[in-house]
Design a binder for this molecule. Structure first.
Ligand code: ADP
Length: 499
């Protein structure tokens, strides 16, 4: 619960003095080039800090430290119970410092402070705890090869894992990657997004304080095409786990092909549909979930439910309800603890969303609410909830990922048409089906090609379920749940003749 006032948060923001150097081999150090970049807050366009601009040379240093830490077994060969204890302590420290972590994320991303405390910081702590608890509960296998042999099938850590993180849920997504990577004994080089570097440095500092040995977690802040690409192309990195745009996800596959064929785990965006049938059990509840599912975090969510496919007969009733909920969002300075909608992450992102809104108008769709920049006098980058009606599923605003608070509405006449449109997208991350008929629910959920299909709800989240997409939303890897442990290990068979 957020108890501090807006005034208190503004004061805390002024006094915050975050780490701004790279974290390599347990030390905070400048970039080899000495360069820094401006870290701008989208709440008002002000410069929060000058952050070290890591490049290929820094990636080399970080990978070398991670490799040394892995090879000498200071983490990988610790007793699982000891690794568990350290990771649990880390989760506890994240919980204790939740407000500090949340403040950095709010300043960097423009997300309301109430959300960064209760969702992001709390979520990151919970996720780290989940993987900590798993460390000493995983057993390996004996293959049924016969009486004269003993074939042990064991998981081994991969070695050095690069984690390239986006800016939309930086703490949570980092915990999805570092939780299972560390639980299974790997060393990590983390490259946070240039828009949101500050949280990562605090997270690494807390890991060190909890007892994670030097070199096991390294953080290189910097830009994608330089630091990110250097990690992707590095010959001594065993895997890169990435969340971000499909375009950059494809680049990582290319980097791997051009270097050491490292494993690449990708989670890349979506255009998730809601399919609302005329027999949806409760349109008010559906409207609530639809509005929160697209306007939360200003729509900067990969699985946001951005396409509303609705039975023509109930469209106007449902849209009226969604609009009602949209108008209850309080868009304000994200440091205001009563805000439920903050700023877009950057000027660039705001311009991209405004451009898509223009594209939608030019394509002939109609704006029902929103559609323009607001709060310009703050110097920040704010766009209110925006709803398009009269959209064709083939339009660019229904096909391309906008990554803003923009909902598009397309109507349908029957189930077949709804399924066809739900699948008529290059993405396949999430979807929702709204119906009272259990057969329809199963049939449509089965027909939709997406990693996560909700029925009569949306965006319910839990670390116990795998998260990742079909088609261009990913390449088969999954974050979250115990399945993620497979993504950070490889199988070794030891075949013994005991006859
Ligand atoms: P978004 O479009 O949401 O900003 P990106 O895919 O551009 O997402 O960025 C996600 C992460 O990928 C960030 O950490 C970013 O620095 C990194 N990145 C961006 N471009 C490249 C690139 N050319 N090579 C490697 N990493 C990149």
């Amino acid at each position: 619960m957020v108890t501090a006032t807006f005034e208190t948060w503004r004061e805390r923001a002024k006094q915050t003095n975050p780490r701004t150097q790279l974290f390599i081999d347990g030390q905070f150090v400048d970039a080899a080039s000495g360069k820094t970049f401006e870290d701008v807050s989208p709440r008002d366009g002000s410069v929060i800090a000058h952050v070290a601009e890591g490049d290929a040379e820094d990636i080399n240093r970080a990978v070398a430290a991670a490799r040394r830490a892995f090879e000498d077994g200071r983490w990988a060969n610790r007793k699982p119970a000891e690794r568990k204890k350290i990771m649990l302590r880390w989760a506890e420290l994240v919980r204790e410092r939740a407000e500090d972590l949340a403040l950095l994320e709010t300043l960097d991303v423009g997300k309301p402070i109430g959300d960064t405390i209760s969702v992001d910081a709390a979520g990151a702590a919970g996720n780290l705890q989940y993987y900590a608890e798993a460390v000493d509960k995983i057993y390996d296998e004996v293959a049924p090869t016969g009486p004269d042999t003993l074939a042990l099938v064991q998981r081994e850590p991969l070695g050095v894992v690069g984690a390239v993180i986006p800016w939309n849920y930086p703490s949570i997504i980092t915990s999805w990657k570092l939780g299972p990577a560390l639980a299974t004994g790997n060393s990590v080089v983390l490259k946070p997004a240039e828009q949101s570097p500050l949280y990562a440095l605090l997270l690494a500092e807390l890991a060190s304080e909890a007892g994670v040995p030097d070199g096991v977690i390294n953080v290189v802040t910097g830009f994608g095409p330089t630091a990110g690409a250097a990690l992707g192309r590095h010959m001594d990195v065993d895997k890169v786990t990435f969340t971000g745009s499909t375009e950059v996800g494809k680049l990582f596959l290319k980097y791997a092909g051009e270097s050491n064929m490292k494993q690449i785990g990708l989670e890349c965006g979506g255009k998730s549909p809601h399919v609302v049938f005329a027999d949806a059990p409760d349109l008010t509840a559906a409207a609530e979930a639809i509005a929160w599912g697209v306007f939360y975090n200003a729509g900067e969510t990969c699985n946001a439910g951005t396409r509303l496919l609705v039975d023509r007969r109930i469209k106007s009733e449902l849209l009226a309800e969604v609009e009602k909920v949209a108008k209850t969002f309080k868009q304000a300075d994200p440091l205001d603890p009563t805000a439920t909608l903050g700023a877009m992450v950057s000027d660039e992102q705001m311009q991209r969303v405004l451009n898509y809104i223009q594209v939608g108008k030019d394509e002939g769709a109609s704006v029902r609410i929103g559609g323009q920049r607001v709060m310009e006098e703050t110097g920040g980058y704010y766009i209110p909830p925006t709803i398009f009606d009269n959209v064709q599923n083939s339009m660019r605003i229904a096909q391309e990922e906008i990554f803003g608070p923009v909902l598009v509405t397309v109507d349908f006449d029957d189930e077949q048409e709804a399924i066809r449109m739900a699948n008529d997208t290059q993405y396949g991350l999430a979807a929702a089906v709204w119906t009272s008929n259990v057969s329809t629910a199963h049939r449509v959920a089965k027909a939709i090609r997406a990693g996560l299909v909700y029925v009569n709800t949306f965006d319910a989240a839990d670390i116990t379920i795998p998260f990742g997409g079909f088609k261009l939303s990913g390449n088969g890897s999954r974050d979250k749940s115990l399945h993620a442990l497979n993504d950070y290990t490889q199988l070794k068979t030891t075949w013994m003749n005991i006859g």
